[in-house]
Design a protein around this ligand. Structure first.
Ligand SMILES: NC(=O)c1ccc[n+]([C@@H]2O[C@H](COP(=O)([O-])OP(=O)(O)OC[C@H]3O[C@@H](n4cnc5c(N)ncnc54)[C@H](O)[C@@H]3O)[C@@H](O)[C@H]2O)c1
Length: 435
């Protein structure tokens, strides 16, 4: 294994070619390895093999050149994984409707890999999940093959930390925490990851790495919840602008980190991961009140946005049933097209039978289906801004012309502090109530 890694002769498998898997495939191919991708989504496989990227951070030109030089090839079935020396699992880990962890994708991919497992292979789980998944769930599935970990094959956990849209920290420049089930598993994983990531940090067990990943994301959830609570408090008190407060506190060079309020949290991680840990903790009669309280506060935010919207519409005297509204930004965060668990979608759902018509614009999301209704992103121009009764800024994409919006809209509810102005007659900002 060591020799194959050093000579870049190891063949690398990536199972799950989404936001995590595709950028990783690119980095590994750029480091000199041949990459075999496996994804059950036939459409993605076809796009990748045609050199067409569907992830904003991955330019099609880069993918195309790696496909043309045969450094990356994608497949929709698993038999090909027995050609690989190292297989990285990057499948989704969502939650169910009742917010229990859904690790069925890890189980399904583990079973498929087990069917083709061959001696000498290293399997690395990258999906975010609760402690003990690697050792107590994935390992027994793989050992059903008859092969033994640490002796016949190797298994590790190395959680992905990528932040889509972040130009400063990429797959390559974000350190990777990892641990193998055995020392040799750790050693091989460290060696391999060091070929395409600038810094790797080995810990004592996969369960430490699993917990560390959850801590990182729960840290964000708890701090966002705190600042969301503060935003609502500032509104109640009046005359205190939460955005100015965070900015001021942020001047402290130590012991403080700025987090910002908003219409709620979304995506595949910050909203979901806290539930993975609180669910697991209950198995040990441990109730993580703190984590659940943060989740509850954040999930309440779309409802708070609606309350504020009703209030300002009432002030303006527009009956809801006759209101045309425009939602700006439906992705869960700025400058990306990912709408999974987006608070903007929650807001649209809540308003869908309350107002006359909802328009939306998102430069990254051309169409959207909400409660069985299909929406199309409309062109954002002066005519539209003047036509609607209220504009709700739910995701502050950098591409928006906020001056145009402020100049032409009659009423704006800005939940992201995208428009820095205050005391403007048309503008209401989440977290600020003038006195
Ligand atoms: N998106 C992020 O910003 C991010 C960051 C860090 C960690 N993560 C974690 O990484 C994991 C993957 O997230 P993602 O955002 O890349 O998800 P994604 O949905 O973008 O991609 C996952 C891919 O796996 C494929 N897939 C599903 N089941 C499969 C199976 N049985 N075999 C093969 N392919 C299968 C899907 O078709 C999809 O293309 C999750 O655990 C997530 O929590 C995500």
């Amino acid at each position: 294994m060591k020799d194959k890694i050093a000579k870049r002769e190891a063949k690398i498998g990536i199972v799950g070619l989404g936001y995590v898997g595709l950028p990783m495939a690119i980095e590994i191919a750029k480091a000199g390895f041949d990459v075999i991708g496996i994804d059950v989504d036939a459409k993605k496989v076809k796009l990748i093999n045609a050199g067409k990227s569907f992830i904003e951070d991955v330019p099609s030109e880069e993918l195309e050149s790696l496909v043309l030089t045969k450094k990356i090839k994608a497949y929709k079935t698993y038999p090909v994984c027995n050609q690989c020396d190292i297989i990285n699992i990057c499948v989704p880990t969502p939650f169910t409707d009742t917010k229990d962890p859904d690790i069925s994708y890890i189980i399904d991919s583990g079973k498929e890999i087990a069917k083709h497992l061959k001696p000498g292979q290293l399997i690395v789980l990258r999906s975010t999940t609760f402690p003990e998944t690697t050792e107590k769930i994935l390992l027994p599935i793989l050992e059903k093959s008859g092969l033994k970990v640490g002796k016949d094959f190797y298994l590790s956990y190395a959680p992905e930390r990528i932040d889509p849209g972040n130009k400063a920290f990429t797959t390559k420049t974000t350190p990777v925490v990892l641990s193998g089930v055995t020392k040799t598993c750790t050693e091989f994983t460290k060696l391999f990851y060091s070929t395409f990531v600038d810094e790797v940090f080995a810990v004592s067990s996969p369960r430490v790495a699993e917990m560390a990943k959850l801590l990182e994301n729960i840290f964000r959830s708890v701090n966002i919840a705190l600042v969301n609570e503060l935003a609502l408090m500032c509104e109640r008190m009046g005359g205190i602008d939460v955005w100015e407060v965070v900015h001021a506190a942020g001047t402290k060079p130590f012991g403080f980190m700025s987090f910002y309020p908003g219409p709620g949290i979304g995506g595949h991680c910050i909203l979901v991961d806290p539930y993975y840990l609180s669910w697991k903790a209950r198995e040990y009669d441990f109730h993580s009140n703190f984590i659940e309280l943060a989740a509850q506060t954040n999930e309440n935010m779309p409802f708070k946005v609606i309350d504020k919207f009703y209030e300002i519409m009432a002030k303006k005297g527009v009956p809801l049933a006759r209101a045309n509204i425009l939602i700006l930004g439906v992705a869960f965060k700025r400058n990306v097209g990912d709408t999974r668990n987006s608070p903007a979608i929650k807001v649209m759902e809540l308003l869908s039978d309350k107002v006359k018509r909802i328009y939306y614009n998102d430069p990254y999301v051309p169409t959207l289906k909400i409660l069985n209704k299909r929406y199309k992103s409309v062109a954002l121009n002066r005519e539209l801004l003047q036509k609607v009764d209220c504009v709700l800024i739910l995701t502050d994409h950098a591409k928006y012309d906020y001056e145009l919006i402020l100049k032409n809209a009659d009423l704006i509810l800005d939940t992201r502090n995208a428009i820095k102005q205050r005391e403007h007659p048309h503008l209401y900002t989440l977290g600020y109530q003038p006195i």
